[in-house]
Design a protein around this ligand. Structure first.
Ligand code: AMP
Ligand code: MG
Length: 494
């Protein structure tokens, strides 16, 4: 590639790097000889205003790996810290990623385009700055699957082979994922400056964050208390969505928690088949710190770490600031529970929360936990139960006693609802997905891709793009892993 920069059509507007001196280091992608795009999200590219139709495949591949500069972009790596499995690391940062830039998309919305796997940066700490094809495709796939499920997440714009090998437990094809988020500000970004005692920088970041994500809060009596509440509320809602769909993030370290409330960094994540609140798939999470049912507690803990960084902004009097923060953090649990219960009610065809609903939801969850029932299939089957066909649901249970007991209570509760059966069925099928990223299918697709066969990946992606719409011929995508698949373990996406 002889060009030194490419016209992309993207409307770059660098607010982060212009307003936040000291929060990043300039960094560009490694120069590559022959990168090759293997997955590309045309709809998202259109939304972003990327003129991919005017670019050659070669130009696009160079652009999406950071190997050639996009006109108007000044890429950089962000600095951040983070609590990793409870222990504080004061200096992390984008060790293998760069911000290609912020763009104003075709709807006037500001979004980050981030390239992960693009080579070493000043924050690589001895790492190679690279990513392998499997984790890159996983991140692309999971981001798109979450988006289609209606859960805030970074989105997959592209996956591109670098044309070079990376050394992991074996030599693998190197790749870069281009992902899009409303921002990449993390709890860990605040922590980096707070831990260094640089309170002015924390204030600068808080003001920037309010402007970018919560402009309505500038009018609040104390915008920083309002910011803490807003971040807490988004986290609580996000985690309720994870739990409701059976998603285990796997590495909820504070550097992996966005302030915008988007799911980020799909490393050792997985979806449950059988319901199990202790489900934990990550090989590095030996204590189950980030297990399915622990996620709300961990999110609250993370939000407390965020609150700590804001203390001097909450009140001049430190004691008072701690009291304010503590009260706000204590609210996390009831807010989470309200979202979870509303979501659970929707999953069982109830519109409004009424007294007794929490008990009803918990009775069901307890039955699913004991009976090892496939979580996704169970909820999807409820629309048939409502329609009078309970057979399929029964078959999910080895012992139906607990379910039958719940079923009676549920039927009584349904009498208080006013919607027609048709409307309830439609509503159930719009919140209970039939297709989720089943671990065995994700593994199968990534393994095939490692061997240069992208068909299973493309098929799975297309299935997951419409998770609520049942289609004939896709039965295998709605089934849990075959028994022979064994207990699932995921490995950190490095
Ligand atoms: P992650 O587990 O992907 O969220 O990464 C945690 C931290 O390790 C981040 O600061 C990453 O940038 C850094 N990191 C992970 N893998 C690499 C790598 N291969 N080279 C350099 N830094 C890395
Ligand atoms: Mg991370």
């Amino acid at each position: 590639m002889t060009k030194t920069s490419i016209k992309t059509g993207l409307n770059f507007d660098a607010s982060y790097s212009e307003q936040l001196e000291g929060f990043y280091a300039s960094s560009s992608g490694e120069k590559l000889k022959a990168p090759k795009v293997i997955a590309f999200n045309e709809l998202l590219a259109d939304e972003l205003g990327l003129n991919y139709k005017d670019l050659s495949q070669d130009e696009l591949a160079h652009l999406l790996t950071g190997s050639i500069k996009a006109e108007g972009s000044n890429p950089f790596a962000q600095v951040y810290a983070g609590h990793q499995f409870g222990g504080f690391s004061p200096q992390l940062g984008d060790g293998r990623a760069i911000m290609l830039g912020e763009v104003i998309d075709s709807n006037g919305i500001r979004r980050d385009i981030h390239l992960k796997g693009s080579g070493q940066t000043p924050f690589s700490r001895g790492g190679d700055g690279k990513a392998a094809i499997g984790p890159v495709l996983r991140e692309y796939l999971l981001g798109e699957a979450m988006y289609a499920l209606g859960i805030p997440a970074t989105r997959g714009l592209a996956a591109t082979l670098t044309g070079e090998k990376v050394m992991r437990d074996k030599l693998l094809d190197g790749a870069v994922v281009a992902r899009v988020a409303s921002s990449h500000i993390r709890t860990g970004t605040f922590q980096y400056f707070a831990a260094r005692g640089e309170q002015e920088q924390v204030k600068l970041l808080a003001d920037y964050t309010i402007n970018r994500h919560f402009p309505e809060l500038t009018e609040s009596e104390n915008p920083y208390i309002a910011l803490l509440r807003a971040v807490r509320d988004r986290q609580a809602e996000l985690i309720s969505q994870w739990v409701l769909v059976g998603f285990v993030h796997g590495v909820m370290n504070t550097d992996n928690m966005t302030i915008s409330g988007e799911t980020i960094d799909f490393g050792p994540c997985a979806f449950i088949d059988n319901y199990d609140e202790n489900a934990s798939f990550s090989s590095i999470d030996r204590q189950g710190r980030y297990a399915l049912g622990n996620q709300p507690y961990m999110a609250q803990w993370n939000t407390a770490r965020f609150a700590e960084t804001l203390l001097p902004l909450l009140d001049d009097d430190n004691e008072k600031a701690i009291t304010i923060a503590t009260e706000e953090i204590q609210e996390f649990t009831p807010i989470y529970q309200k979202h979870w219960l509303q979501g659970m009610n929707n999953k069982i065809g109830l519109s409004q929360i009424q007294s007794g609903d929490f008990e009803l939801a918990n009775e069901l969850i307890a039955a699913l936990q004991v009976e090892n029932v496939d979580y996704t299939q169970f909820f999807r089957s409820l629309s048939e139960v409502i329609n009078g066909d309970v057979q399929k649901t029964y078959e999910l249970f080895e012992n139906t006693d607990k379910f039958e007991k719940w079923y009676k209570n549920w039927n009584n509760r349904l009498l208080l609802e006013s919607s027609s059966i048709e409307a309830t069925i439609e509503s159930l099928n719009s919140v209970n997905p039939i297709y989720i990223p089943r671990n065995h299918l994700v593994e199968e697709a990534l393994q095939a891709a490692e061997e240069d066969d992208f068909k299973p990946f493309e098929k799975l992606l297309s299935v997951l793009t419409s998770p609520y719409e049942e289609r004939t011929g896709l039965e295998k995508f709605a089934n849990p892993a075959p028994k022979g698949f064994g207990p699932y373990k995921t490995f950190c996406g490095t």
